[in-house]
Design a protein around this ligand. Structure first.
Ligand SMILES: Nc1ncnc2c1ncn2[C@@H]1O[C@H](COP(=O)(O)OP(=O)(O)OP(=O)(O)O)[C@@H](O)[C@H]1O
Length: 509
């Protein structure tokens, strides 16, 4: 790499109690390049980003930004910002109901009149309009963030982070495409590429290898808190990336078995109106895995949440195993062996202060109930078996869930639900934030659940995941099913095309 470095981190070490998160981390990012930071769940990517942001204090190591060197332990959020490091986290931190201008103002402060101190709205809107133009975001300052396409929301968060930054700002993005549908991520990545071509330095953390291969100039792969490989992206074909990440292990490929002819009908949905849904008909057989494709706001989550009793039914009906089914709460759904792994797992499903053992056993407590007391040894050995089966990286089962890496927290939540051997398994973005190895492992568990007779519905914005896992793909658009396709006889292009909304429908309600 002949490009001058904008950012260099070297020998960064960070430990949490007995856990070595960063053993000896290095990162060298060329000016005006896009640098992908990859690695398995728990390999230390977020910890390095947080040390660079000054959120964590590193134990040792050096950081050089635009030639200015300091001890990594001296990094603070203020120092990071002054030196030109700007961060956009996966949770964009935007308020959907507020306008773009208000969201920008909340971060930078509202411009106020000198005499009376009132907010100068015209000035705020003019400033925001200039910012939107600079970042080529086709929206008005008054547009509510909720009305933007997901990729535009990410761009607004990026524009906000860089609003006051100089030309040599370094933008650090933590999994910016994890929640985006394919063409939305392409749109965002194309915008990032354009910025990099004009000199913007960008560090991109991602688990989606194919898309980073298409956009990044260079790549660093972490394993166990140190660099496993670093090179030009063009020198890193996918098998070399995976080998670096895993230390040589190959990805498991779960075999999807065919649904047995004549399998019993597990779920029937007729004329359903609920949440964003506007008249949905769907059937699902035991042993069948159906994928839900569609853009944000198309109704995928509404469908899963309604079947799980979390959204009231306005009209229509459902049957589970041939009997009328209209759960009014998640508890009712769970009592009938229906399980949902929600999209917002960490908000809705995880107990971060509780241990891995408690988080994995919470829904199966009954199994450990022995004469009005929980059998600690049964609960412990079950938790240990799950940690091994799902490859959850944790110092032990008594470790609080909150101190595991993001992807490992997600594996623990999935493990909790999958061990219930549900009749109906509902998965909302199951591989979001999990590494490619964990994704294959999760797929294998989902296929096993279907083979054991579960009907599975999986919503995913990742077409690779839907094509690898499902028997059928149902495409939702603006609350309606617009196609019900057999996975083996459709194509990614067809599904992507059918998912697209026209511009009027694109505004979620
Ligand atoms: N606050 C913390 N307390 C204790 N351990 C932590 C803390 N934060 C991270 N760790 C540990 O440090 C290691 C690295 O975690 P980190 O979050 O940096 O991984 P990552 O590469 O970002 O993973 P993911 O892809 O899952 O987000 C993990 O073993 C994790 O459990």
């Amino acid at each position: 790499m002949t490009v001058l470095p904008a950012l260099e981190a070297s020998g960064v070490v960070k430990t949490f109690g007995g856990t070595v998160a960063l053993a000896d981390a290095h990162l060298r990012v060329g000016k005006g390049t896009i640098h992908a930071l990859l690695g398995g769940n728990g390999s230390g990517k977020s910890t390095l980003i947080k040390c660079l942001a000054g959120v964590y204090r590193a134990d040792s190591g050096r950081i050089v930004v635009h030639g200015e060197e300091r001890a990594a332990a001296d990094q603070t959020p203020a120092v990071a910002r002054r030196s030109g490091l700007h961060f956009v986290h996966q949770d964009l931190g935007l308020f959907p109901q507020l306008s773009i201008a208000e969201n920008i103002a909340l971060d930078r402060g509202y411009p106020t009149a000198r005499v009376l101190g009132g907010v100068r709205w015209s000035r705020l809107e003019a400033d925001t309009a200039a910012l939107l133009e600079r970042f080529e975001i086709a929206a008005s300052p008054r547009t509510p963030v909720a009305a933007l396409r997901p990729s535009q929301r990410s761009l607004v968060a990026i524009a906000r982070a860089l609003a006051d930054a100089g030309d040599d700002a370094i933008l650090m993005l933590d999994e910016p495409t994890a929640t985006l549908a394919e063409h939305e991520s392409q749109e965002l990545l194309a915008a990032l590429r354009k910025r990099a071509n004009r000199g913007q330095t960008i560090v991109l953390v991602s688990h989606r290898f194919p898309e980073v291969q298409g956009v990044a100039d260079d790549v660093t792969v972490f394993r166990d808190g140190r660099v496993a490989a670093t090179d030009a992206m063009s020198e890193m074909p996918i098998d070399r990336l995976v080998a670096a990440m895993t230390g040589g292990a190959e990805l498991p490929h779960p075999e999807r078995t065919a649904v047995r002819a004549g399998s019993a009908e597990r779920l029937r949905i007729t004329g359903l109106h609920a949440g964003a849904l506007r008249g949905v008909d769907l059937t699902l057989a035991a042993g069948e895995i159906v994928g839900l494709a569609g853009l944000g706001g198309s109704g995928r989550s509404s469908l899963l949440r309604t079947v799980f009793g979390r959204l009231p039914i306005r009209a229509g009906s459902m049957e589970l195993d041939g009997a009328p089914y209209s759960p009014h709460s998640a508890a009712q759904a769970m009592a009938l062996d229906v399980a949902l792994v929600p999209e917002d797992r960490l908000g809705e499903a995880a107990f971060l202060d509780l241990s891995v053992r408690e988080n994995t056993s919470i829904t199966v407590l009954k199994r450990f109930w022995r004469r009005l007391a929980i059998s600690p040894s049964a609960e412990r050995s079950s938790a240990e078996a799950l940690v091994a089966a799902f490859g959850i990286r944790t110092p032990g089962i008594e470790t609080p869930l909150g101190s595991l890496s993001g992807g490992n927290q997600q594996k623990a939540i999935l493990a909790r639900w999958l061990q219930r051997a549900p009749k109906l398994l509902l998965l909302d973005e199951p591989s979001q934030g999990v590494d490619v190895v964990a994704r294959s492992e999760i797929s294998a568990h989902v296929v096993a659940a279907a083979d054991a007779g579960a009907g599975v519905i999986v919503a995913s914005s990742d077409l690779d995941e839907l094509f690898a896992l499902t028997h059928r793909i149902v495409v939702l658009r603006a609350g309606r099913i617009v196609a019900d396709l057999t996975t083996s006889s459709t194509t990614r292009d067809e599904v992507a095309h059918l998912s697209m909304l026209d511009s009027e429908e694109g505004i979620p309600t």
